[in-house]
Design a protein around this ligand. Structure first.
Ligand code: ZN
Ligand code: ZN
Length: 119
């Protein structure tokens, strides 16, 4: 999301906030941008990845399609809900896409959380 009062013509890093923890974008906090300016930071993405993808958690309300904050689609795959801002959801597809993009970006210093499960 954008900080309130952001000048859209010249968006600064500090104007870009994570929808899931409302921290601003810094050099050591990489961001992945979704649709309509929604963002998730590397810290929240790591949490979401570990919880939903590795841990098999699903924060979606059973029986209802969850609207993902990142892709704005109603998703039926497992979702991660921000513990601090319950309106912010991210679907497993966006978690995986975001993790792939961040892990590929050499500047992000972001590594995919290790899959410790035995398969
Ligand atoms: Zn965050
Ligand atoms: Zn999504």
């Amino acid at each position: 999301m954008r900080r309130e009062g952001t000048n859209e013509a010249s968006v600064e890093m500090s104007d870009v906030l994570c929808d899931y923890c409302h921290a601003s974008w810094t050099m050591d906090r990489p961001m992945i941008e979704g649709h309509h300016g929604s963002c998730i930071c590397g810290v929240c993405l790591r949490m979401a990845y570990a919880s939903v993808h590795l841990g098999g958690c699903d924060d979606a309300v059973a029986g209802t399609a969850a609207k993902c904050t990142m892709c704005l689609e109603e998703r039926t795959d497992p979702c991660f809900r921000s513990p601090a801002y319950p309106d912010a959801l991210i679907c497993l597809r966006c978690i995986k896409m975001g993790a792939k993009a961040l892990a590929r970006d050499p500047d992000s210093n972001w590594t995919t959380p290790a899959d410790t499960q035995t398969s």
